[in-house]
Design a protein around this ligand. Sequence first.
Ligand code: RP5
Length: 162
Amino acid sequence: MKKVGIVMGSDSDLPVIQKAVAVLRELEIPFETHVFSAHRSPEEARAFSLNARADGFGVIIAAAGMAAHLAGALAANTTLPVIGIPCKGPVFDGLDALLSTVQMPSGIPVATVGVGNGANAALLAAEIIAVSDEALAGRLQCKREADTAAVLAKDASITERL
Ligand code: RP5
């Protein structure tokens, strides 16, 4: 199976990445994590992205905050799908990173999930890989059904309590 490459701009983004890692582990998807910054270590970020397809990756997840260039910078050097996770910074509550990540000019797309939503980034990565992997598609379907059952259990519990 293709690996998911997870890149964070700083180790301070780790709490967001941990949500993605939990989902990838649950779905038994191989992944590799790195700290590469579009600003602080641009050569390493570029090399990772340039080599990602040859290195066995199928999707890249990129998490960054503030002037969040990371997802776009990685996308510039690969035709693999890149999923951006905007992270909250000390001001603007993540709106700065959201706009920086989602507002890519035409030609270099970044699929952007909600601020801090590592779980959705991993699920989207899984859905992309599952296009050509029936076993993974089955695990995704099971997870979807389990998540629905959990919501229905909450419905029953609230109705009973109130
Ligand atoms: C971004 O700047 C990182 O992705 C992080 O979200 C933010 C702050 O980084 P640190 O100053 O905490 O290393 O590049």
